[in-house]
Design a protein around this ligand. Structure first.
Ligand SMILES: *Cc1c(COP(=O)(O)O)cnc(C)c1O
Length: 217
């Protein structure tokens, strides 16, 4: 069933859109089923859980941290994480840089932009983003690569609102892309809204429940 749902979704995605299979809370068997159907990028939102799965599952899986990240957890995943989606402060970026430097690697990151109406969704606003990208402190970080932006729309049935929020994020993305050639990835869209997100310019969708079924917390 996971295989069928995964392949059905993949068949609808344009070539320029990358699928992150969001496997948070799901057991290893579920990830293996998706893996055997060809999926290699998995998204988790808890560091500990991601570390356990990384230890147990095939080593060619690319692990994306999609959740809100605490600085004191960065060290546990610095060795293997492929992309960090939710970087929402300069201090977090500094910590990721420090841990990557110790391991003699660099870590790709997306800056999270606050586009939703709700206060509860983390992220920078446009001004904070521009200040960060223009700062000398940021340019001195040699072990993180900011390769794009991530955002979450308001959790609502109102399609007009969701579309407006994604359009807003896309316009911010376009503006910084003209000045930063390493900006390539726009991570927006989940099970409920990824079709709208793709229409509005997403290049990476994070889909969980439509592949793996509802989560039991
Ligand atoms: C859980 C989660 C998703 C996937 O949500 P679904 O609605 O199950 O597709 C995507 N992005 C983030 C940041 C998440 O925490």
């Amino acid at each position: 069933m996971i295989k069928d749902q995964l392949l059905a979704i993949k068949s609808t995605l344009p070539d320029h859109v990358t699928l992150v299979a969001v496997s948070k809370t799901k057991p290893d068997e579920d990830l293996i089923e998706a893996y055997e159907a060809g999926q290699r990028i998995f998204g988790e939102n808890k560091v500990q859980e991601m570390v356990g799965k990384w230890e147990r599952l095939p080593k060619d899986i690319k692990w994306h941290m999609i959740g809100h990240l605490q600085r004191n957890k960065v060290k546990y995943m610095a060795e293997f994480v492929d992309l960090v989606h939710g970087v929402d402060s300069f201090r977090l970026l500094v910590e990721i840089n420090k841990r990557a430097e110790k391991l003699n690697r660099s870590i790709d990151c997306l800056l999270q932009i606050h586009i939703a109406e709700e206060d509860t969704k983390f992220g920078l606003d446009e001004e904070e983003l521009n200040t960060l990208l223009k700062s000398d402190k940021y340019r001195q970080l040699q072990h993180v690569n900011v390769v794009g932006l991530m955002g979450m729309a308001t959790f609502t049935d109102n399609e007009t609102q969701i579309r407006r929020e994604f359009k807003h994020l896309k316009s911010i993305f376009d503006a910084i892309q003209t000045e930063n050639e390493q900006i390539k990835i726009l991570s927006m869209g989940m099970s409920g809204d990824y079709k709208i997100a793709i229409e509005e310019g997403s290049t990476m969708v994070r889909i969980g429940s439509s592949i793996f079924g509802k989560r039991n917390y």
